[in-house]
Design a protein around this ligand. Structure first.
Ligand code: NAI
Length: 320
């Protein structure tokens, strides 16, 4: 797969995963904006060194790259660097990240805000700045970097996990809004050895988790041959899997009093239907709210007519 003629902006590309993405995009012909604020992993300080080093590495191998040292919260400056240097922007990988791990009650306002500023606001600002160019050229590939901590929660990462799952929501909506402009957006939830992970894993495991096992998916998802959009992928150590939402078929919990015709629904009704509400033996997988419409309409009809759904329509009735 070749990226000649494409311009890729990788945020936080001075270290870790972002550095490997930048090197590999450049190796395959893309012109790369290597963005990095160059601070510490808690969001303090700044330095031009990490971005410069990666740019030098790319150039020494004959690739095309420029550095940008702005924080992602000034997304328009990053995109301006791409436009000024290379005249377009095709690919955005929202990779920049920091950690402020603390147990929930100890998270300060600042710990909360800075995590959201770098991960959520940063991805929003960078992608929003790139969006008009992508719309205009009817081509764009965006990656949001989420985390297993966001999907499942993780002790000590309430701020980080909230922001990381927020990025999945952002990605899902951008996939929908971008569809008619040929802009694709996907989210990844990697696990890889880097300075961030070094805070939570022993060294021998970190050594076994190479960023080179993450980058191939990022390159594939952002290649012009890939039509995937709105996906979420978990990956680590050579393994890649797609993640999706699953609903139980659910229960129609409202009940009808056959004598009075009154429909009612109480906490006790919820309790009595609990096994069925939480029964995943007949699951549903939705990728849009629209896919819930038929079921919603049949529920509304049931409430209006008193003709409650039968088990054929995926519900179980309850009459009193
Ligand atoms: P890293 O710390 O090696 O690299 C992150 C880079 O982002 C650093 O070079 C840092 O200077 C830069 N950065 C931080 N704040 C910035 C800002 N405001 N503006 C511009 N650049 C900024 O971390 P790593 O592990 O490579 O992480 C990359 C991304 O992957 C992050 O979003 C992280 O949350 C995510 N991730 C990483 C996992 C892992 O296992 N390493 C697990 C799940 C998610």
């Amino acid at each position: 797969m070749n990226f000649s003629g494409r311009v890729a902006l990788i945020t936080g590309a001075g270290n870790g995963l972002g550095r490997v993405y930048a090197l590999q995009f450049a190796e395959r012909g893309a012109a790369v904006v290597v963005n990095d604020l160059g601070g510490d992993m808690k969001g303090g300080g700044a330095s031009s060194r990490p971005a410069d080093q990666v740019v030098n590495e790319i150039r020494s191998k004959g690739g095309r790259a420029v550095a940008n040292y702005d924080s992602v919260e000034f997304g328009e400056r990053l995109v301006a660097t791409a436009i000024k240097s290379f005249g377009r922007i095709d690919i955005v990988v929202n990779n920049a990240g920091i950690l402020r791990d603390k147990s929930f009650a100890r998270i300060s306002d600042e710990d909360w805000d800075i995590i959201h500023k770098v991960h959520m606001l940063g991805a929003f600002k960078v992608t929003r700045a790139a969006w008009p160019y992508m719309k205009e050229q009817k081509y764009g590939k965006v990656i949001m970097v989420s985390s297993p901590s966001g999907i499942y929660g993780n002790f000590g990462q309430a701020n980080y996990s909230a922001a990381k799952l927020g990025l999945v929501g952002l990605s899902n909506t951008l996939a929908k809004e971008g569809a008619k402009y040929n802009i694709h957006c996907n989210a990844i939830a990697p696990t890889a050895g880097s300075r961030l992970l070094a805070t939570v894993m022993p060294q021998d495991m970190i050594d076994a988790l190479k960023p080179e096992y993450i980058s191939p998916l990022v390159l594939y998802l952002t290649h012009e041959s890939c039509e995937e959009t709105g996906g979420l992928f978990e990956l680590a150590a050579g393994w890649i899997s797609k993640n999706r939402w699953q609903n139980s078929a659910g229960a129609f919990v409202a009940k009808k009093n056959l004598e009075t015709g009154e429909v009612h629904m109480t906490p006790e009704d919820v309790r009595d239907s609990w096994d069925q509400i939480t029964d995943f033996s007949n699951p549903e997988y939705r990728t849009s709210q629209a896919e819930f419409q038929p079921k919603l309409m049949s529920c509304i009809e049931a409430l209006q007519t008193g003709k409650f759904p039968t088990s054929d329509s995926g519900f179980t009735w309850s009459y009193t």
